[in-house]
Write a protein that binds this ligand. Sequence first.
Ligand code: ATP
Length: 511
Amino acid sequence: MSRSSICLAALSAPVAANKLGPPSPACQAQPSGTGGGRGGGTGGREGLSCTDRVLVRVQDLIPEKADQLIWLRARVHTSRAKGKQCFLVLRQQQFNLQALVAVGDRASKQMVKFAANITKESIVDVEAFVRTVEQKIESCSQQDVELHIERIFVISQAEPRLPLQLEDAVRPDGDGEEEGRATVNQDTKLDNRVIDLRTTTSQAIFRLQSGVCQLFRDTLTEKGFVEIQTPKIISAASEGGANVFTVSYFKTSAYLAQSPQLYKQMCICGDFEKVFCVGPVFRAEDSNTHRHLTEFVGLDIEMAFSYHYHEVIDSITDTMVRIFKGLRDNFQTEIQTVNKQFPSEPFKFLEPTLRLEYTEAVAMLHEAGVEMGDEEDLSTPNEKLLGRLVKEKYDTDFYVLDKYPLAVRPFYTMPDPNNPKYSNSYDMFMRGEEILSGAQRVHDAQLLTDRANHHQIDLEKIKAYIDSFRYGAPPHGGGGIGLERVCMLYLGLHNIRQTSMFPRDPKRLTP
Ligand code: ATP
């Protein structure tokens, strides 16, 4: 039998799958008539066409539905034959429930065998009675009911050998080692991402990630920001020549955008006042770390301000706090699900958000025994140590570090008017790791030219950018946030590949 063909078999009338005629695409799971199977004494139900049939959702199967006859389409999560019975766990996304096929009036011995032989991960349609159970079924999301199957049809059959077992992929590290139970390493999960995405943990992670994007969009839209789209193929590297992917572009070459930086600023010069964008960002960094990807999703913000760049910081921190609250209030199930496999402390934040100056952070590090210069950039270990010190002192996992040394920031950063060694720039941190870099930008074409010269940037290549400031530009600032980092750190995960659906890093370009 071709795997792509639809295999139909009615519980009450076992029909060998390979004797069935070609699938009827319009009504693939129809138990009788056009599908080729025989309903076999199912009373009035034979006349039902599948377009009249209502498929229920697993999460809606609760005790109130007891004794109803329902249709359900789901995957076979597990199956276990025991004497004259076969217990199945049927799964839809993160929800599952127990189902039973038992030899009796409605099912023959062959049908129990048929059900037991359906391969794990196959998609089936079942017609079944919902029954309440005496003892809670702890291993399923629907603990108070089970299904007593009347008929079962295979809609899409999975190959018998799965590249990984879903229950192994969600086992916490070290759990069950004594009993010899397996866990699945990350590369195997990523190599077989489609299967791995079916796990409760992945379902929860990417639902929460969708929540972050939604909350980001909703909050900024409510604040009067306009969502923009910026080009990803660009003629000049936005942050200088390093870390940029070159692509061939007809008879010449182009670059993949390292950030939407220059374009979102140009939109400010084009009088949009407050803009944001959500889109891919490319970095040709050979960084094989837990927090670097070569392609990630940038959540970018840029806005004109009235009198002080702290208006920008306040807008961004308010947006982040709205995201944290939205996740806390609407994604508890997802957070708990991820926590089962990867335990972590709940994410803490303050209102208003804690803002420290760079010099204060350096002083805290000095006090903790770290040797570093006042104008030196924060190394990753120092960044993490600072996160721990801040947590101990202020009890927050989210804070802003303001007034970075000018020397460690990009050319378009506004110097601090009161101290030329520092700048009106900031980073934001979650659980001691950077999630955002931002600044007030230079909006004066001459100063921008001087700063670019200072950084030895070829002015010719950024002419269009510098020219945008020649015809009047409001004071403005913004920042770029890494979506995968926000999700990783909010959930207390330790590898960014877990929060990238199909991660790209120096060693991985597929799937
Ligand atoms: P890092 O110092 O951690 O390499 P960066 O200073 O290069 O980061 P920016 O260029 O300022 O980062 O980018 C802004 C934000 O984009 C970062 O705070 C982070 O959230 C995200 N980001 C930057 N580089 C990466 C990357 N390679 N992979 C995933 N996210 C990234």
